[in-house]
Design a protein around this ligand. Structure first.
Ligand code: EPZ
Length: 421
């Protein structure tokens, strides 16, 4: 298995192009199942999770083509569905496969989607997705680990209050409702920028969605959706990760294509550490050279709160800040798997339930480390950039799921790291 070997202790200095958001690209790719016409997507990131979604869509009958010389341009065309089954093997590898459920049900009146099973960061059930579809008239059975959803007479618009804010359920239900008979009103929706991006794409396809980005989304069902062209938004989590790479290495990075409006509360929290973040004509510039950062408390929350997908990286940053920081994770029940690895690098962290108290240390020390999910892995890369000596981050395949060109981007800023087989 590959690992990334980092020689730390060098301030980063350079310019990085921000890639498109994985978590925006995955749902808009699934939206291609809703129409018999081509969906033209610009700015799709080159990631393992995108390849997994492409494989699933191809299995279901979507032709996926790329235009030569236009990296990131993908055309998805589902003339007709060849299958309505999202199999265990694919769903297990990439949970976003459950986003095929709503579109398949809406278009074909039937879907078999494997239950994803457990995951490194929490149990992550899909009960809210299923209850919302039931409210719209779907019949849901569980059979041999699969959800079998049917709507022989099509989906019907409904009013549904989600018991908990869920990004995936909001996306699945919004997609399903585009082709339902009548109007659907979803309450307590997730408000993440990726939801707005999906609604923009669906509306370009002829859907009638209002309120995306607020807690209440109204979808007037239409007869059919058409093809469209859509550009995926920049990755706010990748951006935040590189902002913290500059901070932890006491360097300066320009992030071209970054959009600070997508940050929500994270922007204020990052600035509160002492990081200087300024908008530029084409993105932002972050400067952490001036002084050691201050410890700042954060609590993860649905958007616009501090993103859970930035929590592990923020913890790495706080490991070398002045004073203490209380980091509380409220979204996932098991998202501190990076803590024991950071401890191996000399961090001082105490976990009590869903909170971690991080006491800043003078410096971290390189060590072999390994993580069980994407964001935890990248937090260890950040720690390695700041650490004295050599850090080996194992299980690199997690990073390939969500960070396009991670090593080359960091290397252009002067980081010393390489991938070793
Ligand atoms: C999305 O996952 C993201 N994935 C995650 O990104 C992100 O961490 C998460 O939203 C929260 O922001 C994609 O967009 C592909 P949720 P999702 O449904 O939709 C519970 C990354 O590193 N819940 O908002 O699966 C759930 O267990 C990742 O890129 C239910 O109880 O997250 C969790 O505690 C990982 N029942 C909470 O809600 C449900 O039916 C929020 O999950 C659905 C969710």
């Amino acid at each position: 298995m590959d690992k990334i070997v980092i020689e730390g202790g060098r301030p980063l200095d350079g310019r990085i192009e921000v890639s498109a958001a994985k978590n925006a690209a995955l749902p808009v790719m699934a939206a291609a199942l809703l129409t018999a016409e081509p969906l033209d997507l610009d700015n799709v990131p080159d990631l393992a999770d995108i390849s997994s979604m492409r494989r699933l869509l191809q299995l279901l009958g979507v032709d996926v083509t790329h235009k030569a010389g236009e990296p990131g341009h993908m055309v998805l065309h589902c003339r007709e569905l060849l299958s309505t089954t999202a199999p265990y093997d694919l769903v297990r590898k990439m949970r976003a496969s459950v986003l095929a459920l709503g579109p398949l049900l809406a278009r074909a009146g039937e879907a078999w989607v494997s239950l994803p099973g457990g995951c490194a960061i929490g149990t992550r059930p899909i009960d809210i997705h299923l209850a919302g579809l039931e409210a719209m008239g779907a019949k849901i059975d569980l059979d041999a680990g699969y959800v079998h959803a049917t709507t022989p007479r099509g989906l019907t618009g409904a009013e549904y209050l989600m018991p908990q804010v869920s990004v995936g359920a909001t996306e699945n239900l919004m997609m399903a409702a585009t082709l339902a008979r009548g109007t659907t009103v979803l309450h307590n929706c997730a408000r993440e920028p990726e939801i707005v991006d999906l609604a923009d794409c669906l509306n370009a396809m002829g859907a009638r969605i209002a309120g995306a980005g607020t807690a209440h989304v109204t979808i007037e069902g239409v007869e059919a959706l058409q093809g469209a062209r859509h550009r995926v938004i920049p990755d706010r989590i990748e951006t935040g990760t590189y902002v913290m790479a500059a901070g932890i290495s006491r360097g300066r990075i320009e992030l071209a294509g970054a959009d600070t409006r997508l940050f929500g509360d994270a922007l204020g929290r990052l600035r509160a550490t002492g990081l200087v973040i300024d908008e530029t004509e084409d993105g932002l510039v972050v400067d952490g050279r001036e002084r050691r950062l201050d410890g700042v408390d954060v609590m993860t929350q649905p958007f616009p709160g501090f993103a859970t997908d930035l929590q592990a990286q923020f913890m790495a940053l706080m490991c070398v800040a002045d004073g203490a920081a209380m980091i509380t994770e409220t979204i996932f029940e098991n998202r501190f798997m990076h803590v024991p690895e950071l401890l191996r690098m000399g961090a001082r962290i105490n976990v009590q339930g869903s909170s971690a108290l991080v006491r800043g240390v003078e410096g971290l020390k390189g060590a072999p480390v390994m993580a069980t999910d994407l964001r935890a892995s990248v937090s260890l890369v950040l720690a390695g950039l700041a650490a004295e000596g050599t850090t080996e981050v194992n299980r690199v395949y997690h990073l390939d799921r969500g960070y396009a060109g991670l090593e080359s981007k960091l290397r252009t800023c002067g980081a010393r790291l390489e991938r070793v087989a």
